[in-house]
Design a protein around this ligand. Structure first.
Ligand code: IPE
Ligand code: IPE
Ligand code: MG
Length: 227
């Protein structure tokens, strides 16, 4: 049985959750943050070491300005406070994604969170913000070009990712029923298992992580070899 070391989550369905209740989409995002806290606790309880959560994609800038601003304000004003509380749980926060384009205030709050949690070692929480799989690969290749590399290998590309020390994701799960990756972890998902769940993100909690872990243990991974 393979161990679930690194779980990736595409947190989707905040808007639909709000719509069902006749609330503004922002209310769904705020509720989604509460689910994230529960899921982090669940991941720690289940012994998961790395958790990567998709918070904002390089394509999400296409949304109305007010929604983008609301999400940026969440990253600026909320994450820092919430995560600091997580410090007591031993959560180490890391950032994944393109810094360029993010508001200065959000970067400052996120960097502070990363710095202040760097000594924690219970769970590594990778926040994918302004993240896109295409951008990740292009930035890595550009870094190699700047160093004068004439030919790339998969290993060299990966070595230039934001957090190359974090192992590839074992299981990518997505809430809210859509069955696509939406530019999430394109390189590292080469051999990850995929799981799609109808439950909307604001309805996820600790229990869902138990379900997810059980589902992962039913999978048989072969990595191109034989069982
Ligand atoms: C996911 O929920 C959160 C982000 C993409 C930031 P959505 O906002 O995509 O919710 P739906 O898909 O519209 O329901
Ligand atoms: C993916 O969700 C991005 C995040 C969860 C941050 P989207 O809601 O943006 O994806 P699409 O547009 O349905 O593919
Ligand atoms: Mg969505």
């Amino acid at each position: 049985m393979d161990e679930l070391v690194h779980l990736g989550i595409i947190m989707d369905g905040n808007g639909r959750w709000a719509k069902k209740r006749n609330l503004p989409r922002a209310a769904g995002h705020l509720e989604g943050l509460k689910s994230l806290k529960k899921v982090i606790k669940g991941a720690i309880d289940e012994g998961i070491k790395y958790l990567t959560v998709y918070c904002f994609s390089t394509e999400n800038w296409k949304r109305p300005e007010a929604e983008v601003n609301y999400l940026m304000a969440l990253f600026t004003n909320k994450i820092y406070g919430e995560i600091r509380t997580m410090g007591s749980l031993g959560v180490q926060v890391r950032l994944l994604g393109k810094r360029e384009g993010l508001p200065e205030a959000a970067l400052k709050a996120l960097d502070r969170t990363v710095n202040e949690t760097s000594q924690n070692d219970k769970l590594v929480l990778q926040l994918a913000i302004n993240y896109g799989g295409h951008d990740e690969i292009a930035r890595a290749v550009n870094a190699l070009i700047r160093e004068g590399v004439k030919e790339v290998t998969p290993e060299l590309i990966r070595s230039k990712f934001d957090n190359p020390d974090i192992p590839p994701v074992d299981f990518i799960v997505r809430s809210a029923g859509e069955e696509r990756l939406s530019n999430f972890l394109l390189f590292d998902s080469a051999y990850s298992e995929l799981g799609f769940y109808d439950k909307l993100w604001p309805d996820w909690d600790e229990e869902m992580i138990k379900t997810v872990k059980e589902d992962f243990h039913k999978r048989q991974r072969r990595f191109g070899g034989l069982a």
